[in-house]
Structures are given as C-alpha cells and as structure tokens.
Design a protein around this ligand. Structure first.
Ligand code: ATP
Length: 401
C-alpha cells in the first residue's frame, strides 16, 4: 500500500491536474480561523504550478450533507490561497461543483493557472462514491493528485471514485509525508518503539491497541481508557470512565502482551476528584492516589505524578514513539499535567516522535510542543486507521510505483 507514485514521478506540463486537497478549515463568520491546512497544501500546489500544470483544486468543507450551504462555500479559501500563493486562484462557484463555471474556467486555463472548485460535499453522491460525479470530476482533468490525508480512510468520489476514470493518479507531498512517517513508524520502526495510547474509551481504539501491541516493544496506556484495564486487573476504579463490556478484551490484551514479551504499562497512580469538572475547565480539587486505592466515590481524571515520571522514563530509551490520545482531561489545566509531562518527554527525546491527529494533535499544539515533534498527523480518523493497520482507500487508489 505504501509504494505509490507521487507528484515527483510525473510530468504535468500543459496538463490539467485535479488535486484533491484537505481545505476543511474552521470558519467563523466567513473568516478562516486556522489556516494550517491551507499552508500544508502549498508545497504540492507550488510544485505543480512550477512544472507548468493547469492546477484544479478541490476539497470538501464541513458537512453540507449533499446540498449547497453558503456558509460552507470554499470562496474564502480561494481568497486566502490567492494571497498565500501570490497569484490569482479563480473560484468556480457552481452549486453542482462541476458546472458551467468550472468547465469555462478550466477551458480558459493557461499553464500554471489555478482554479478552485466548490465544496465537493455540495453533491450528495460525493460521500457515496457515486459514478456520475466521479466521472464529471475526471472529465475536468488529465491527471489526478490526492493530497488529502484527512479523508484517505474514506472512499468518496473526489479521492477514490475519480481515479477509476483517470489514467494517472498519484499522491501529493503531504500525503507522501504522512505515508512515510506513519508507515515507517508502525511497520518499520527504529527500535525500541514505544506506543502511547490515551483518550476517552477503550472501545474507540480496540484495533489500535491490538495492532500496536504487535508492532511496538512497549505499550503505554493512560487517559480514560486506562481504568477499564485497571478494573480488569481487579482494582476498584470508583466512578472513573469504564467500559464493562471491554473488560475481557483488556484481559486478553494483557495476556497477549505477556505472551509476546512486550511491556504493557498502566498508570501506577492516578489523579482523582469527586466529579467530572463542569464546565470542563472549572477549578477542581484533586488528589493523587495509587491506582489500586481509588475510593469508590471518586473519579480518575489524569495519570498521577509517579506514573507521569515512569511514562516519561520509558520514552527516554525509545528510538520511535507513536502517541495517540491525551493522558487525562487535558482541557482542564489542573488535569493536563499528565498530558504535559508526556508531551515534554516527547519534546526532549532524540527519538522519532509521531502524533496521531485529532485531539492528540490539538493537545500537543495547544500546549506549545507542536514544533518539537517529528511529525504531527493532519488526519485524526485516517491516522487511527493507519495505526490499526488498515489499508486506506484514498492511498490504495493511487498508482503503484
Ligand atoms: P482523536 O481520535 O480525534 O485523535 P484522541 O484519540 O486524541 O482523539 P479521544 O479518544 O477523542 O482522543 O479522547 C479525548 C478525550 O478524552 C478528551 O476530551 C479528554 O478530556 C478525555 N479524557 C481523557 N482522560 C479522561 C478521563 N480519565 N476521564 C474522562 N475523560 C477523559
């Protein structure tokens, strides 16, 4: 799945190149509030412009659910991209995405010109991978480039369907970077490899736990999901988040770790409070107790100080670290200490450090450690599926080398 042709393997001079980007940026009152995704897409776009391609960009934005929603128009993206690229990005404002405006704009393109299509999810067929919309998209181009890792775990018209009707389909630089970093970290890591999993529920990450246990040397479990493991060990976990249906699964994973000779580290102490903070960032009274001494009326909301030191220590000897999911309710400063300690340990190590997207990426950036990590994935769901060892349809669809 990983040996795919990229924009470096093709000649786009004079050709119409459709590029599926991830321009799913947060908007407030029509203004882009975080342009990271636009900036991340620039290397591929600039390369195609420099090579003399006619660059047609497309993306989804939010969830318009198959109909035009003015507040989810990509128009603001065209404006900001024009500024970032220093050249005009013509916006083809068709409610049906591939309509009169798009066709006329593409017909008029000169080499190095850029056109942006309307939100692909204005079309109901997009998320169903329908043939007709896939064909319409393909009719606009000679070459297809997929640079949208964030949707690579979905088979939609604009990233998978379209490739059936275009001879040349390759990946862009952003996609290549994700495949290289996540792929190597999971399938060909420099050892020892330490995987750190956290976040709310065991059930969300069943396959991730199972797959990473096979790939890593040490698996560290913190966050809300740790309490189901602690309960599976026979500990009292009070009112902490527990998934009773997954207790047997946790036992299986602990047995599996032992059989494979892998280290499986759980919190040895935990930060507890009377109840979940409400609002989430409210002032809260906490104490730290050993993991086997949580009072029945208390709730675990972060790893404890000894655990934080132990987890940080495990990171020190690693050559590769993969991290997905916070160690506690990091949205609250009092309960963010465990997540900060782990982020600091990752920031200080010489090891390759990979952060799975979504909440973990947000936590690392919000806490100010973003630039200290080797790679922060741009895709939450997609990076999780990668860590589960699944093939991503958006990657599979590109031509092999
Ligand atoms: P994504 O899947 O988007 O990458 P993630 O894997 O980083 O996200 P989630 O599984 O979504 O993380 O869980 C993150 C949430 O888990 C945070 O909102 C955090 O407050 C919550 N959380 C962490 N520890 C606990 C805990 N002990 N009790 C309850 N909630 C917790």
């Amino acid at each position: 799945m990983l040996n795919k042709k990229s924009v470096d393997d093709i000649n786009v001079k004079g050709k119409r190149v459709l590029v599926r980007c991830d321009f799913n940026v947060p908007l407030k009152d029509g203004k882009i509030t975080d342009e990271n995704r636009l900036v991340a897409a620039l290397p591929t776009i600039k390369k195609l412009i420099a090579d003399g391609g006619k660059v047609i960009l497309c993306s989804h934005l939010g969830k318009p659910k198959g109909e035009p929603k003015p507040e989810l128009s990509l128009a603001p993206v065209a404006v900001r991209l024009s500024e970032l690229l220093g050249q005009d990005v013509k916006f083809a404002a068709d409610d049906n995405v591939v309509g009169e405006n798009a066709e006329a704009a593409v017909a008029e393109m000169k080499d190095g010109d850029v056109v942006l299509l309307q939100n692909t999810r204005y079309r109901a067929e997009e998320t169903k991978n329908g043939e007709e919309f896939s064909k319409e998209l393909a009719s606009l181009c000679d070459v297809f480039v997929n640079d949208a890792f964030g949707t690579a775990h979905r088979a939609h018209c604009s990233n998978v369907g379209v490739t059936k009707f275009v001879d040349t389909a390759v990946v862009g630089y952003l996609m290549q970077k994700e495949i290289d970093f996540l792929g190597n970290a999971v399938n060909n890591p420099e050892r020892p490899m330490v995987a750190i999993l956290g976040g709310a529920k065991v059930a969300d990450k069943l396959n991730v736990i199972d797959n990473l246990l096979e790939k890593c040397d040490t698996l560290i479990i913190g966050g809300g999901m740790a309490y189901t493991f602690l309960k599976a060990k026979g500990y009292e976990v009070g009112t902490s988040l527990v998934d009773d249906e997954k207790i047997d699964y946790c036992k299986e994973m602990m047995d599996k770790a032992e059989k494979l000779g892998k280290n499986l580290y759980l919190p040895v102490d935990t930060t507890i409070a009377k109840a979940f903070p409400d609002p989430i960032d409210a002032e809260i009274e906490v104490s730290v107790v050993p993991s086997d001494a949580i009072p029945a009326d208390m709730m675990g909301l972060d790893i404890g100080t000894e655990t934080a030191a132990k987890f940080a220590d495990a990171v020190k000897s690693a050559k590769t670290v993969v991290w997905n999911g916070p160690m506690g309710v990091f949205e609250n400063p009092i309960l963010a200490k465990g997540t900060i300690a782990v982020a600091e340990a990752l920031a200080e190590t010489e090891a390759t450090t990979i952060i799975g997207g979504g909440d973990s990426a947000a936590a690392v950036n919000q806490l100010g450690f973003g630039d200290k990590m080797t790679h922060i994935s741009t895709g939450g769901g997609a990076s999780l599926e990668f860590l589960e060892g699944k093939d991503l349809p958006g990657v599979v669809a590109a031509n092999d080398k």
